[in-house]
Design a protein around this ligand. Structure first.
Ligand code: ADP
Ligand code: MG
Length: 693
């Protein structure tokens, strides 16, 4: 249960004064629905209202806090003209200007004859000083609130600066003092304040330097978030490891037979990955290992070796992929390899229905079939195994962690191998998987040529079309990827349809279209026609990302390449150049390119190494945007910026490790404070794994 001390932070934002349901909705989209979300919404700038000159020396263009005597109000003859209030001090005069003014209100806050503090930007108009819509108006009694450095927050349409400043101040005021969860000496060494002090300071920047991520207040908050992340991962991991594993030690017979039938020999990287995996499987703790490798690096064969080891040891193995296309592709690779050893594999997708499906399930349940391959259809309740001892999950970041657990729950202490083609930088790996063991396939199977990658402005489209035409004449297949326009499939689809029509008109009836809204069978049909049939040019939205092998594909055109993430571009590009022939990737961009966009395309041109590309992308864009949207499944940080706080992440990991060694159940005083930290960052699930008391 969340400690009571945190309750004020976890109340709804609409409980703050002045925030009703309408504003609540806006705040929810800006920061989140609760007070704590607003606490994490840190200022992005400052307004310095400490400049308080006399009018005679007030500099136009600057924000100033003026002490004025209010003079005559001049209501406009028509609503279109502004309402003016003439004010003065003992050195000069200024006009306050209001559009769409409410006279009653203005008379109340600026009564003629009274002295008032007025803060806003000083301007010169027609030779005199004026201030349009002052930001702050008050009396001498409010001087401390007004004449200060004010935070500026990121806004959303409908929410004004003033409203957000007020709400954030109210939210921060609710933050309680919390017990210190950081190690004393480390805290002292960093020179960081206590948590509540840090939060207040982060919301009260005094100069630009206070906005920097390395500032002590922000650094501390980021570290807290990272420590909560690392500690939670370790708690979950320990919980999983505690569940007794099983030693799977096959006699190698099936593996030898399949190797003998392979038309190639494994690369050094593949051999090493297989060795690491089978060693994990042989040990009696549960395996949880990540196999990372670019598209085409040969992960499937590695997975197959692991699956065969499980079968040799008397168990069953399941391989799960996120899309039907990928399932079919794995099936195509694996099925022929199983023939010589007389094993069969059940392929299960959402399309399986009725009697045929029932028969497949029966064979898995009885153990007659030792291997299963499928989409999330493998999770369905009625799918049961006789003895599932290895679960392999491809492209894991598309599944939730829950689904990963769902599949392993179908087995008894099943080992888990997660495969990903997303070249996740080391720092992000740590936040998503903690210290999960990793095997990397950095070496590609022999004979691959790097794809010749060029960046061209969209204005060169006619040249590109002509080059594509020549390539088609030579019998090559061409991918044409259409842009991410609006994160909206409907809009993306319209663009792709339009492009397909144009290209078809140009080249005749050899153009196919594939997109995310198509049904599985339709996608497979068009992919098959592209891979081996009559379709020579395939226009697609980004569905080819985790798609298919088309060895004849020699050219890929990517429109508006500047809108894609680098990891995504790299994965797209991985679809070509898989044969022995040279391949070309044309990245079309819309000028003018910003510096970052230019640098990113340059990385694509220069490097063919997914890991290098991912590290560069992290540096150039930051973690938030790296893998595109939230769908990446990687944790989103509110306070930490991994591109900047990478060292803090390493420190947080080390700290979490030490905590797990010294006080794994978080029982001592620091442990109790760390539980509060976990709740503060909503890692409630991890706290559940602690033995209570
Ligand atoms: P990934 O799943 O990592 O994208 P795959 O496992 O689908 O890659 O392998 C891509 C292609 O490379 C397949 O056609 C596969 O048969 C082939 N391949 C895998 N390993 C080797 C190797 N050691 N030598 C030659 N070709 C290989
Ligand atoms: Mg694969």
């Amino acid at each position: 249960m969340r400690p009571d001390s945190l309750n004020p932070l976890f109340t709804e934002i609409t409980k703050l004064p002045g925030i009703g349901p309408r504003l609540g909705k806006l705040f929810e989209s800006l920061a989140g629905p609760r007070v704590v979300d607003l606490c994490w919404h840190l200022p992005s700038g400052i307004i310095d209202r400490r400049y308080a000159p006399k009018l005679a020396v007030a500099q136009p263009g600057r924000v100033a806090t003026l002490t004025l005597t209010v003079g005559e109000h001049q209501a406009p003859p028509t609503r279109r003209q502004p309402y003016r209030i003439y004010c003065q001090d003992d050195t000069g005069e200024i006009e306050l200007v209001f559009f769409h003014a409410k006279p009653d209100y203005l008379t109340r806050i600026l009564p003629p004859g009274a002295q008032r503090l007025v803060s806003g930007k000083v301007e010169v108009f027609a030779g005199g000083l004026q201030m349009t819509h002052p930001d702050r108006i008050g009396t001498e009694a409010n001087r401390d609130e007004i004449e200060r450095v004010e935070p500026v927050y990121p806004l959303t349409a409908g929410l004004s600066h003033n409203v957000v400043v007020k709400a954030a101040a109210a939210a921060v005021a609710l933050a309680p003092e919390l017990p210190e969860w950081l190690d004393g000496p480390y805290l002292a060494k960093q020179g960081w304040p206590a948590w509540a002090t840090a939060l207040r300071a982060a919301h009260a920047p005094m100069d630009e330097g206070d906005l920097a991520p390395e500032n002590p207040a922000r650094g501390r908050l980021a570290f807290d978030e990272l420590l909560a992340n690392q500690l939670a991962l370790m708690l979950v991991r320990r919980h999983q490891a505690k569940r007794q594993g099983r030693s799977q030690r096959g006699d190698g017979q099936l593996r030898r037979a399949v190797r003998a039938a392979l038309p190639f020999s494994l690369t050094g990287a593949q051999e090493q990955a297989v060795a690491e995996i089978t060693e994990d499987m042989a040990s009696d703790s549960r395996m949880l290992r990540l196999l990372q490798g670019d598209v085409g690096s040969g992960k499937t064969v590695v997975a197959l070796m692991a699956m065969l080891a499980a079968v040799e040891a008397g168990g069953q193995a399941a391989l799960m992929a996120p899309t039907e296309i990928l399932v079919q592709q794995h099936a195509k690779t694996i099925t022929p390899l199983l023939e010589p050893i007389g094993l069969s594999m059940e392929v299960l997708t959402g399309r399986d229905k009725g009697a045929a499906r029932a028969e497949k399930l029966a064979r898995l349940q009885s153990g007659e079939s030792a291997l299963a391959l499928g989409t999330h259809a493998l999770f369905q309740k009625d799918v049961a195994f006789r003895d599932l001892s290895l679960a392999v999950i491809d492209e894991q970041h598309r599944f939730g962690v829950h689904q990963r657990l769902d599949l392993t729950a179908k087995g008894r202490a099943a080992d888990v191998l997660v495969m990903t083609a997303t070249p996740i930088p080391r720092t992000l790996m740590l936040t998503a998987y903690g210290d999960m063991e990793t095997s990397r396939l950095r070496e590609k199977p022999p004979g691959r040529q790097p794809v010749d990658t060029r960046a061209l402005p969209l204005a060169r489209l006619p040249d590109v079309v002509a080059a594509v035409g020549r390539s088609l004449e030579q019998g090559h297949k061409v991918f044409w990827v259409c842009p991410l326009v609006a994160e909206s499939e409907v809009v993306d689809l319209a663009a792709a349809e339009e492009r397909a029509r144009e290209l078809e008109a140009q080249f005749g009836a050899k153009v196919g279209l594939i997109h995310g809204r198509m049904k599985g069978p339709d996608k497979d049909q068009i992919m098959a026609r592209f891979a081996t049939g009559d379709v020579d040019l395939l226009v697609s939205t980004t569905v080819v990302e985790v798609g298919v092998d088309v060895p004849l594909a020699r050219v890929m055109v990517i429109e508006h390449a500047e809108r894609f993430g680098l990891a995504q571009l790299h994965q797209l590009r991985g679809r070509i150049g898989r044969g022995r022939d040279p391949a070309t990737c044309l990245l079309l961009y819309q000028p003018p390119l910003g510096e970052t966009a230019r640098a990113r395309l340059e990385v694509m041109r220069r490097s063919d190494d997914g890991f290098e590309i991912a590290e560069e992308d992290l540096k150039l864009r930051g973690a938030g945007e790296l893998l595109g949207t939230r769908q990446s499944g990687l944790p989103q940080f509110r306070l930490a910026d991994l591109a900047i706080h990478g060292e803090l992440l390493a420190a947080a990991r080390d700290d979490a490790r030490l905590i797990m060694e010294r006080d794994p159940d978080l029982k001592d005083a620091r442990g109790a404070a760390l539980r509060v930290l976990l709740y503060l960052f909503e890692r409630d699930a991890a706290v559940k794994f602690l033995s209570s008391g």
